[in-house]
Design a protein. Sequence first.
Length: 164
Amino acid sequence: MISLSLGLDILLVVLLLVTIIYAVLLSRRLSALRSGKVDLEGFITRMNEASARAEASLSGIRQAATSAKAELDQPVAKAQSLRDELMFLIDRADAAGERLANAGSAATQPAPEARQASSRSAPRGIAKAPPTQAPPHRNVGEDETGAPRSKAERDLMNALKNAK
């Protein structure tokens, strides 16, 4: 029986040696992990500081964007109102131009009674030319509406008249 107990003791010693070697290796790995934990804590601290700086920068950017928007809203609103006013003026100018064109074409066409009389008196196939009106006589000192002109305009008109 001695040999069985000796075999069991040897087996127990071998298993204990394997356990001791495994414990030493495990201890080394744990110490490496602990040193890595210190490095990891430093890394996490640096990341927290960087994120705090980024948040502060974003806050500054938001404030700058808000103030820039406020500064740009005033000129944009003014430009939109000017655009609307210009569109209104353009529409009015178009309407006035059409009225002037219609008035000009109505002034050059003879009245309906005159057209009927001219068509009866003219032989067929020959169109009678509308009578031309001589421009009304204006003084050199007055413009088309009869309003007095400035001295420079009168001098220019006299010079043009004399040049002919």
